[in-house]
Design a protein around this ligand. Structure first.
Ligand code: PLP
Ligand code: SF4
Length: 466
Protein backbone atom coordinates (compact mmCIF):
# COMPACT_ATOMS: atom_id res chain seq x y z
CA UNK A 1 0.00 0.00 0.00
CA UNK A 2 1.25 3.50 -0.74
CA UNK A 3 1.24 4.48 2.88
CA UNK A 4 4.21 5.05 5.12
CA UNK A 5 3.02 2.43 7.59
CA UNK A 6 6.10 0.62 8.78
CA UNK A 7 5.14 -2.64 10.42
CA UNK A 8 6.71 -2.65 13.83
CA UNK A 9 6.84 -5.51 16.17
CA UNK A 10 6.71 -5.48 19.94
CA UNK A 11 7.27 -8.69 21.85
CA UNK A 12 5.29 -9.12 24.99
CA UNK A 13 6.17 -12.77 25.67
CA UNK A 14 8.89 -12.14 28.20
CA UNK A 15 8.80 -8.47 29.05
CA UNK A 16 6.38 -6.58 31.26
CA UNK A 17 6.68 -3.02 30.04
CA UNK A 18 5.58 -0.37 32.49
CA UNK A 19 4.11 2.93 31.47
CA UNK A 20 6.56 5.79 31.33
CA UNK A 21 5.29 9.26 30.47
CA UNK A 22 7.57 11.80 28.84
CA UNK A 23 7.22 15.50 29.45
CA UNK A 24 9.22 18.25 27.81
CA UNK A 25 11.96 17.89 30.45
CA UNK A 26 12.35 14.16 29.70
CA UNK A 27 12.22 14.70 25.98
CA UNK A 28 15.42 16.69 25.71
CA UNK A 29 17.28 13.67 27.04
CA UNK A 30 15.86 11.21 24.52
CA UNK A 31 18.34 9.81 22.03
CA UNK A 32 15.74 10.15 19.27
CA UNK A 33 15.64 13.91 19.75
CA UNK A 34 19.36 14.26 19.15
CA UNK A 35 18.46 14.21 15.47
CA UNK A 36 16.70 17.52 15.84
CA UNK A 37 18.66 20.74 15.41
CA UNK A 38 18.98 23.22 18.28
CA UNK A 39 16.50 25.42 16.43
CA UNK A 40 13.96 22.59 16.16
CA UNK A 41 14.34 21.81 19.85
CA UNK A 42 13.80 25.45 20.75
CA UNK A 43 10.64 25.56 18.58
CA UNK A 44 9.36 22.42 20.23
CA UNK A 45 9.95 23.99 23.61
CA UNK A 46 8.15 27.21 22.64
CA UNK A 47 5.04 25.49 21.29
CA UNK A 48 4.84 22.99 24.13
CA UNK A 49 4.56 25.85 26.63
CA UNK A 50 1.15 26.65 25.14
CA UNK A 51 -0.23 23.37 23.82
CA UNK A 52 -0.03 20.53 26.31
CA UNK A 53 2.68 18.04 25.59
CA UNK A 54 2.90 14.50 26.83
CA UNK A 55 4.21 11.39 25.16
CA UNK A 56 5.44 8.07 26.43
CA UNK A 57 8.09 5.48 25.81
CA UNK A 58 5.89 3.20 23.71
CA UNK A 59 4.87 5.99 21.34
CA UNK A 60 8.43 7.27 21.00
CA UNK A 61 10.07 3.85 20.59
CA UNK A 62 7.46 1.99 18.53
CA UNK A 63 5.04 4.33 16.74
CA UNK A 64 7.28 7.10 15.41
CA UNK A 65 9.66 6.58 12.54
CA UNK A 66 12.39 9.02 13.55
CA UNK A 67 14.03 8.79 10.13
CA UNK A 68 11.05 10.56 8.58
CA UNK A 69 10.69 14.24 9.51
CA UNK A 70 7.11 14.12 8.19
CA UNK A 71 6.19 11.07 10.24
CA UNK A 72 2.44 11.28 11.01
CA UNK A 73 2.71 10.08 14.61
CA UNK A 74 5.47 12.62 15.26
CA UNK A 75 3.04 15.31 14.09
CA UNK A 76 0.26 13.72 16.11
CA UNK A 77 2.13 13.86 19.41
CA UNK A 78 4.91 16.48 19.14
CA UNK A 79 3.98 20.17 18.86
CA UNK A 80 5.18 21.75 15.62
CA UNK A 81 6.04 25.44 15.13
CA UNK A 82 3.21 25.95 12.62
CA UNK A 83 0.64 25.00 15.27
CA UNK A 84 0.93 28.47 16.80
CA UNK A 85 0.06 31.57 14.81
CA UNK A 86 3.25 33.48 13.89
CA UNK A 87 2.41 36.37 16.25
CA UNK A 88 1.76 33.95 19.12
CA UNK A 89 4.90 32.01 18.33
CA UNK A 90 7.06 35.10 18.41
CA UNK A 91 5.78 36.45 21.76
CA UNK A 92 6.08 32.97 23.27
CA UNK A 93 9.62 32.60 21.90
CA UNK A 94 10.54 35.96 23.46
CA UNK A 95 9.13 34.82 26.80
CA UNK A 96 11.03 31.51 26.66
CA UNK A 97 14.30 33.37 25.94
CA UNK A 98 13.89 35.37 29.17
CA UNK A 99 13.93 32.06 31.12
CA UNK A 100 11.60 33.75 33.60
CA UNK A 101 9.07 31.09 34.70
CA UNK A 102 6.39 33.62 35.69
CA UNK A 103 6.64 35.48 32.38
CA UNK A 104 6.54 32.17 30.47
CA UNK A 105 3.45 31.07 32.36
CA UNK A 106 1.59 34.35 31.92
CA UNK A 107 2.36 34.54 28.21
CA UNK A 108 1.24 30.95 27.69
CA UNK A 109 -2.04 31.56 29.53
CA UNK A 110 -2.69 34.74 27.57
CA UNK A 111 -2.26 32.89 24.27
CA UNK A 112 -4.43 30.01 25.46
CA UNK A 113 -7.23 32.41 26.27
CA UNK A 114 -7.11 33.62 22.67
CA UNK A 115 -7.25 30.11 21.25
CA UNK A 116 -10.96 29.66 21.79
CA UNK A 117 -10.64 26.90 24.37
CA UNK A 118 -14.36 26.52 24.91
CA UNK A 119 -16.21 27.08 21.65
CA UNK A 120 -19.56 28.85 21.82
CA UNK A 121 -22.35 27.27 23.73
CA UNK A 122 -20.43 24.41 25.22
CA UNK A 123 -20.67 25.17 28.90
CA UNK A 124 -24.01 26.91 29.00
CA UNK A 125 -25.99 24.76 26.58
CA UNK A 126 -24.97 21.19 27.11
CA UNK A 127 -24.63 20.90 30.89
CA UNK A 128 -27.63 18.95 32.09
CA UNK A 129 -29.46 19.34 35.40
CA UNK A 130 -31.19 16.97 37.74
CA UNK A 131 -34.92 17.51 38.25
CA UNK A 132 -34.07 19.34 41.50
CA UNK A 133 -31.90 21.82 39.58
CA UNK A 134 -28.47 20.39 40.49
CA UNK A 135 -26.15 21.14 37.55
CA UNK A 136 -24.08 18.17 36.38
CA UNK A 137 -20.74 19.65 35.32
CA UNK A 138 -19.23 16.30 34.43
CA UNK A 139 -21.90 15.47 31.88
CA UNK A 140 -23.18 16.66 28.52
CA UNK A 141 -26.51 15.81 26.99
CA UNK A 142 -27.05 17.31 23.56
CA UNK A 143 -28.71 14.55 21.52
CA UNK A 144 -31.64 12.70 23.09
CA UNK A 145 -30.29 9.16 23.12
CA UNK A 146 -26.72 9.70 24.29
CA UNK A 147 -25.29 11.17 27.49
CA UNK A 148 -21.59 11.93 27.73
CA UNK A 149 -19.93 11.36 31.09
CA UNK A 150 -16.51 12.78 31.99
CA UNK A 151 -15.24 10.92 35.03
CA UNK A 152 -12.97 13.32 36.88
CA UNK A 153 -10.26 10.67 37.24
CA UNK A 154 -10.20 10.10 33.50
CA UNK A 155 -9.27 13.63 32.41
CA UNK A 156 -5.89 12.81 30.99
CA UNK A 157 -4.53 10.47 28.32
CA UNK A 158 -1.53 8.16 27.92
CA UNK A 159 -0.15 10.71 25.44
CA UNK A 160 -1.61 13.94 24.05
CA UNK A 161 -2.66 14.57 20.48
CA UNK A 162 -1.40 17.90 19.23
CA UNK A 163 -4.75 18.78 17.63
CA UNK A 164 -6.85 17.95 20.66
CA UNK A 165 -9.66 20.36 21.47
CA UNK A 166 -9.91 18.84 24.94
CA UNK A 167 -6.68 20.55 25.85
CA UNK A 168 -8.31 23.12 28.13
CA UNK A 169 -9.09 20.19 30.38
CA UNK A 170 -5.46 19.16 30.64
CA UNK A 171 -3.99 22.47 31.74
CA UNK A 172 -4.74 24.41 34.89
CA UNK A 173 -7.09 27.11 33.60
CA UNK A 174 -9.72 27.98 36.18
CA UNK A 175 -13.24 26.85 35.62
CA UNK A 176 -12.56 24.89 32.45
CA UNK A 177 -12.13 21.45 33.89
CA UNK A 178 -15.05 19.13 33.62
CA UNK A 179 -15.29 17.05 36.72
CA UNK A 180 -17.89 14.91 38.29
CA UNK A 181 -17.26 12.66 41.22
CA UNK A 182 -20.66 11.32 41.92
CA UNK A 183 -21.71 8.35 39.86
CA UNK A 184 -25.00 8.60 41.74
CA UNK A 185 -25.77 11.85 39.95
CA UNK A 186 -25.28 10.10 36.65
CA UNK A 187 -27.60 7.29 37.66
CA UNK A 188 -30.19 9.74 38.94
CA UNK A 189 -30.07 11.63 35.65
CA UNK A 190 -30.44 8.45 33.59
CA UNK A 191 -33.42 7.50 35.72
CA UNK A 192 -35.04 10.88 35.09
CA UNK A 193 -34.41 10.58 31.32
CA UNK A 194 -35.91 7.42 29.89
CA UNK A 195 -35.14 8.64 26.35
CA UNK A 196 -31.42 8.00 26.98
CA UNK A 197 -30.24 4.64 25.65
CA UNK A 198 -26.47 5.22 25.51
CA UNK A 199 -23.96 6.39 28.09
CA UNK A 200 -20.63 7.41 26.62
CA UNK A 201 -17.73 7.44 29.07
CA UNK A 202 -15.21 9.88 27.71
CA UNK A 203 -12.40 12.16 28.81
CA UNK A 204 -9.46 12.57 28.41
CA UNK A 205 -9.33 8.81 28.29
CA UNK A 206 -11.38 6.77 30.79
CA UNK A 207 -8.87 3.93 30.35
CA UNK A 208 -6.29 5.91 32.33
CA UNK A 209 -8.46 5.19 35.37
CA UNK A 210 -7.59 2.28 37.60
CA UNK A 211 -10.12 -0.46 36.95
CA UNK A 212 -11.24 -0.16 40.59
CA UNK A 213 -12.22 3.50 40.00
CA UNK A 214 -13.85 2.85 36.65
CA UNK A 215 -15.79 -0.01 38.26
CA UNK A 216 -17.38 2.48 40.66
CA UNK A 217 -18.98 4.28 37.74
CA UNK A 218 -19.82 1.27 35.59
CA UNK A 219 -21.22 -0.77 38.45
CA UNK A 220 -23.38 2.14 39.59
CA UNK A 221 -25.01 2.20 36.17
CA UNK A 222 -25.31 -1.59 35.94
CA UNK A 223 -26.61 -2.03 39.49
CA UNK A 224 -29.27 0.62 38.96
CA UNK A 225 -30.81 -1.80 36.48
CA UNK A 226 -32.10 0.95 34.21
CA UNK A 227 -34.20 -0.60 31.46
CA UNK A 228 -33.60 2.36 29.11
CA UNK A 229 -29.81 1.89 29.05
CA UNK A 230 -28.92 -0.44 26.18
CA UNK A 231 -25.38 0.62 25.44
CA UNK A 232 -22.27 1.59 27.33
CA UNK A 233 -19.76 3.30 25.08
CA UNK A 234 -16.18 3.90 26.16
CA UNK A 235 -14.12 6.38 24.17
CA UNK A 236 -10.43 5.55 24.31
CA UNK A 237 -7.10 5.91 22.60
CA UNK A 238 -5.36 3.41 24.86
CA UNK A 239 -4.94 0.77 22.14
CA UNK A 240 -2.89 3.31 20.18
CA UNK A 241 -1.00 5.07 22.94
CA UNK A 242 -0.70 2.36 25.57
CA UNK A 243 -1.90 -1.11 24.44
CA UNK A 244 -0.28 -2.64 27.53
CA UNK A 245 -3.26 -1.20 29.43
CA UNK A 246 -4.94 -4.44 28.38
CA UNK A 247 -1.87 -6.70 28.48
CA UNK A 248 0.62 -6.12 31.26
CA UNK A 249 -0.61 -3.25 33.47
CA UNK A 250 -1.07 -4.53 37.04
CA UNK A 251 -4.86 -4.25 36.71
CA UNK A 252 -5.10 -5.22 33.03
CA UNK A 253 -6.98 -8.44 33.84
CA UNK A 254 -9.30 -6.58 36.23
CA UNK A 255 -10.15 -4.07 33.51
CA UNK A 256 -10.95 -6.85 31.04
CA UNK A 257 -13.05 -8.62 33.68
CA UNK A 258 -14.93 -5.37 34.30
CA UNK A 259 -15.68 -5.04 30.59
CA UNK A 260 -16.90 -8.64 30.50
CA UNK A 261 -19.28 -7.82 33.34
CA UNK A 262 -20.91 -5.12 31.24
CA UNK A 263 -21.52 -7.64 28.47
CA UNK A 264 -22.66 -10.34 30.91
CA UNK A 265 -25.22 -7.93 32.31
CA UNK A 266 -26.84 -7.77 28.88
CA UNK A 267 -25.57 -4.38 27.72
CA UNK A 268 -24.03 -3.60 24.37
CA UNK A 269 -20.46 -2.58 25.13
CA UNK A 270 -18.99 -0.34 22.45
CA UNK A 271 -15.31 0.56 22.58
CA UNK A 272 -15.07 3.77 20.58
CA UNK A 273 -11.44 3.66 19.53
CA UNK A 274 -9.72 6.83 18.52
CA UNK A 275 -7.36 5.89 15.67
CA UNK A 276 -5.86 8.58 13.46
CA UNK A 277 -3.41 6.62 11.37
CA UNK A 278 -2.88 2.96 10.42
CA UNK A 279 0.61 3.03 11.96
CA UNK A 280 -1.15 2.94 15.34
CA UNK A 281 -2.46 -0.52 14.49
CA UNK A 282 0.74 -2.11 13.23
CA UNK A 283 2.42 -3.25 16.42
CA UNK A 284 2.01 -6.69 17.88
CA UNK A 285 1.03 -5.09 21.20
CA UNK A 286 -1.85 -3.22 19.54
CA UNK A 287 -2.99 -6.42 17.82
CA UNK A 288 -2.95 -8.30 21.09
CA UNK A 289 -4.81 -5.55 22.93
CA UNK A 290 -7.52 -5.58 20.25
CA UNK A 291 -7.83 -9.36 20.55
CA UNK A 292 -8.19 -9.06 24.35
CA UNK A 293 -10.88 -6.41 24.00
CA UNK A 294 -12.82 -8.48 21.48
CA UNK A 295 -12.68 -11.48 23.80
CA UNK A 296 -14.68 -9.48 26.37
CA UNK A 297 -17.61 -9.42 23.97
CA UNK A 298 -17.22 -5.70 23.28
CA UNK A 299 -17.84 -4.35 19.78
CA UNK A 300 -14.97 -2.18 18.59
CA UNK A 301 -15.65 0.93 16.54
CA UNK A 302 -13.22 3.59 15.39
CA UNK A 303 -13.32 7.30 14.76
CA UNK A 304 -10.89 10.01 13.82
CA UNK A 305 -10.69 13.55 12.61
CA UNK A 306 -9.21 14.26 9.19
CA UNK A 307 -6.04 16.24 9.82
CA UNK A 308 -3.48 17.86 7.57
CA UNK A 309 0.05 16.55 8.27
CA UNK A 310 -1.39 13.37 9.82
CA UNK A 311 -3.91 11.61 7.63
CA UNK A 312 -5.02 13.89 4.78
CA UNK A 313 -4.75 11.47 1.91
CA UNK A 314 -7.14 8.79 0.65
CA UNK A 315 -4.60 5.94 0.69
CA UNK A 316 -4.06 6.36 4.45
CA UNK A 317 -7.80 6.09 5.07
CA UNK A 318 -8.47 3.15 2.79
CA UNK A 319 -5.49 1.32 4.25
CA UNK A 320 -6.72 2.16 7.77
CA UNK A 321 -10.30 1.05 7.10
CA UNK A 322 -9.13 -2.23 5.57
CA UNK A 323 -6.81 -2.84 8.48
CA UNK A 324 -9.63 -2.11 10.93
CA UNK A 325 -12.00 -4.51 9.19
CA UNK A 326 -9.25 -7.14 9.28
CA UNK A 327 -8.82 -6.61 13.04
CA UNK A 328 -12.56 -6.70 13.77
CA UNK A 329 -13.04 -2.93 14.24
CA UNK A 330 -16.00 -1.20 12.61
CA UNK A 331 -15.06 2.17 11.07
CA UNK A 332 -17.62 4.66 12.42
CA UNK A 333 -16.87 8.39 12.03
CA UNK A 334 -14.61 10.76 10.10
CA UNK A 335 -14.63 14.23 11.63
CA UNK A 336 -13.68 17.64 10.31
CA UNK A 337 -11.16 19.59 12.45
CA UNK A 338 -13.01 21.98 14.73
CA UNK A 339 -12.04 25.62 15.05
CA UNK A 340 -10.20 25.64 18.32
CA UNK A 341 -6.55 25.32 19.31
CA UNK A 342 -4.34 24.83 16.27
CA UNK A 343 -7.07 24.30 13.67
CA UNK A 344 -5.40 26.55 11.10
CA UNK A 345 -2.51 24.07 10.99
CA UNK A 346 -4.60 20.91 10.75
CA UNK A 347 -7.71 21.99 8.89
CA UNK A 348 -8.66 20.47 5.57
CA UNK A 349 -11.30 22.35 3.52
CA UNK A 350 -14.69 20.63 3.30
CA UNK A 351 -14.45 20.06 -0.46
CA UNK A 352 -11.07 18.36 -0.14
CA UNK A 353 -12.24 16.40 2.90
CA UNK A 354 -15.13 14.98 0.92
CA UNK A 355 -12.85 14.04 -2.00
CA UNK A 356 -10.50 12.21 0.37
CA UNK A 357 -13.45 10.43 1.98
CA UNK A 358 -15.01 9.37 -1.31
CA UNK A 359 -11.77 8.23 -2.89
CA UNK A 360 -10.86 6.24 0.21
CA UNK A 361 -14.30 4.60 0.26
CA UNK A 362 -14.06 3.67 -3.42
CA UNK A 363 -10.99 1.60 -2.60
CA UNK A 364 -12.51 -0.59 0.10
CA UNK A 365 -15.30 -3.13 0.08
CA UNK A 366 -18.69 -2.41 1.61
CA UNK A 367 -17.54 -3.58 5.03
CA UNK A 368 -15.06 -0.70 5.13
CA UNK A 369 -17.67 1.82 4.00
CA UNK A 370 -19.46 2.11 7.33
CA UNK A 371 -18.03 5.53 8.14
CA UNK A 372 -20.34 8.49 8.70
CA UNK A 373 -18.76 11.72 7.58
CA UNK A 374 -16.92 13.84 6.91
CA UNK A 375 -18.86 15.39 9.77
CA UNK A 376 -18.67 18.71 11.62
CA UNK A 377 -19.88 18.97 15.21
CA UNK A 378 -21.47 22.39 15.12
CA UNK A 379 -23.88 24.25 17.30
CA UNK A 380 -27.03 23.10 15.44
CA UNK A 381 -25.82 19.51 15.28
CA UNK A 382 -23.55 17.12 13.46
CA UNK A 383 -23.42 18.11 9.80
CA UNK A 384 -22.25 15.59 7.23
CA UNK A 385 -20.83 16.62 3.86
CA UNK A 386 -22.49 14.31 1.33
CA UNK A 387 -20.73 15.75 -1.70
CA UNK A 388 -20.88 18.43 -4.33
CA UNK A 389 -23.46 18.83 -7.08
CA UNK A 390 -24.70 21.26 -9.69
CA UNK A 391 -28.37 22.14 -9.33
CA UNK A 392 -29.96 24.33 -11.99
CA UNK A 393 -26.53 25.68 -12.88
CA UNK A 394 -25.47 26.46 -9.30
CA UNK A 395 -22.63 24.54 -7.71
CA UNK A 396 -23.58 23.46 -4.20
CA UNK A 397 -22.53 21.38 -1.24
CA UNK A 398 -25.01 18.64 -0.41
CA UNK A 399 -25.20 18.41 3.38
CA UNK A 400 -27.12 16.36 5.88
CA UNK A 401 -27.75 16.86 9.56
CA UNK A 402 -26.78 13.58 11.25
CA UNK A 403 -27.72 14.72 14.74
CA UNK A 404 -29.66 17.86 15.57
CA UNK A 405 -29.93 20.01 18.66
CA UNK A 406 -33.61 19.74 17.83
CA UNK A 407 -34.14 15.99 17.22
CA UNK A 408 -36.47 16.76 14.30
CA UNK A 409 -33.57 18.26 12.39
CA UNK A 410 -31.71 14.93 12.17
CA UNK A 411 -31.41 13.44 8.70
CA UNK A 412 -32.67 16.61 6.96
CA UNK A 413 -30.68 17.22 3.76
CA UNK A 414 -29.79 20.83 2.88
CA UNK A 415 -27.58 22.79 0.52
CA UNK A 416 -24.90 25.45 0.75
CA UNK A 417 -23.20 27.50 -1.93
CA UNK A 418 -20.01 25.80 -3.08
CA UNK A 419 -16.88 27.32 -1.61
CA UNK A 420 -13.59 25.56 -2.29
CA UNK A 421 -11.95 27.03 0.83
CA UNK A 422 -14.75 26.64 3.37
CA UNK A 423 -13.54 24.71 6.40
CA UNK A 424 -16.55 24.88 8.70
CA UNK A 425 -20.29 25.48 8.72
CA UNK A 426 -19.87 29.17 9.50
CA UNK A 427 -17.92 29.60 6.25
CA UNK A 428 -21.00 28.44 4.32
CA UNK A 429 -23.97 30.37 2.90
CA UNK A 430 -27.35 28.93 1.92
CA UNK A 431 -27.64 28.07 -1.78
CA UNK A 432 -30.36 28.30 -4.43
CA UNK A 433 -31.60 31.75 -3.42
CA UNK A 434 -32.37 30.81 0.19
CA UNK A 435 -31.56 33.38 2.86
CA UNK A 436 -31.19 31.02 5.78
CA UNK A 437 -30.47 27.38 6.47
CA UNK A 438 -33.57 25.40 7.44
CA UNK A 439 -32.60 25.19 11.11
CA UNK A 440 -32.19 28.96 11.30
CA UNK A 441 -35.88 29.36 10.53
CA UNK A 442 -36.89 27.03 13.38
CA UNK A 443 -38.35 28.89 16.40
CA UNK A 444 -36.08 26.74 18.58
CA UNK A 445 -33.04 28.31 16.91
CA UNK A 446 -34.12 31.84 17.80
CA UNK A 447 -34.66 30.82 21.40
CA UNK A 448 -31.04 29.78 21.84
CA UNK A 449 -29.16 32.64 23.49
CA UNK A 450 -26.89 34.58 21.14
CA UNK A 451 -26.02 31.78 18.80
CA UNK A 452 -24.34 31.70 15.50
CA UNK A 453 -23.76 28.54 13.52
CA UNK A 454 -20.19 28.45 14.78
CA UNK A 455 -19.49 25.38 16.75
CA UNK A 456 -19.87 23.46 19.84
CA UNK A 457 -18.31 20.77 21.85
CA UNK A 458 -18.86 17.15 21.10
CA UNK A 459 -18.17 13.80 22.47
CA UNK A 460 -16.93 12.32 19.35
CA UNK A 461 -13.19 12.15 19.37
CA UNK A 462 -12.12 9.54 21.50
CA UNK A 463 -12.45 10.55 22.29
CA UNK A 464 -12.22 12.26 19.84
CA UNK A 465 -10.82 9.47 22.50
CA UNK A 466 -11.39 9.87 23.89
C1 PLP B 1 -21.45 12.69 18.32
C2 PLP B 1 -22.07 12.95 19.63
C3 PLP B 1 -22.81 11.98 20.28
C4 PLP B 1 -23.02 10.59 19.73
O1 PLP B 1 -23.67 10.61 18.49
P1 PLP B 1 -23.90 9.26 17.69
O2 PLP B 1 -24.27 9.70 16.32
O3 PLP B 1 -24.98 8.53 18.39
O4 PLP B 1 -22.62 8.50 17.72
C5 PLP B 1 -23.39 12.31 21.48
N1 PLP B 1 -23.26 13.53 22.03
C6 PLP B 1 -22.55 14.49 21.42
C7 PLP B 1 -22.46 15.83 22.06
C8 PLP B 1 -21.93 14.24 20.20
O5 PLP B 1 -21.22 15.19 19.60
S1 SF4 C 1 -7.82 13.56 21.14
FE1 SF4 C 1 -8.40 12.11 22.73
S2 SF4 C 1 -6.56 10.85 23.10
FE2 SF4 C 1 -5.92 12.68 22.01
S3 SF4 C 1 -5.32 14.07 23.64
FE3 SF4 C 1 -7.44 14.53 23.12
S4 SF4 C 1 -8.69 13.38 24.55
FE4 SF4 C 1 -6.59 12.52 24.60
Amino acid sequence: MPVSATPLSVRTDNIRPSYQAYTWQDMVRLPQLRRLTAQQLFELQVVSQVLPFKSNRYVVDHLINWDDPRDPIFHLTFPQPGMLRPDHFSIMADAVRTEDPARIRETANEIRRQLNPHPAGQKSLNVPQLADGTPLEGMQHKYSQTVLFFASQGQTCHAYCTFCFRWPQFVALDGLKFAMKEAQHLVQYLREHPEVTDVLFTGGDPMVMKSRIFATYLNAVLDADLPNIQTIRIGTKAVSYWPYRFLTDPDAEDMLALLRTVVDRGKHLAIMMHVNHPNELQTEAAEMAIAKLRETGAILRSQSPLMAHINDDPATWSYMWNRQVQLGIIPYYMFIARNTGAQHYFSVPLARAWRIYAEAARNVSGLGRTVRGPSMSCLPGKVEVNGMARIAGEKVFVLRMLQGRNPDWAYRPFFARYNENACWLDDLKPALGEERFFFETDPEWGSLPGLSVTDDTAGELQDEAT
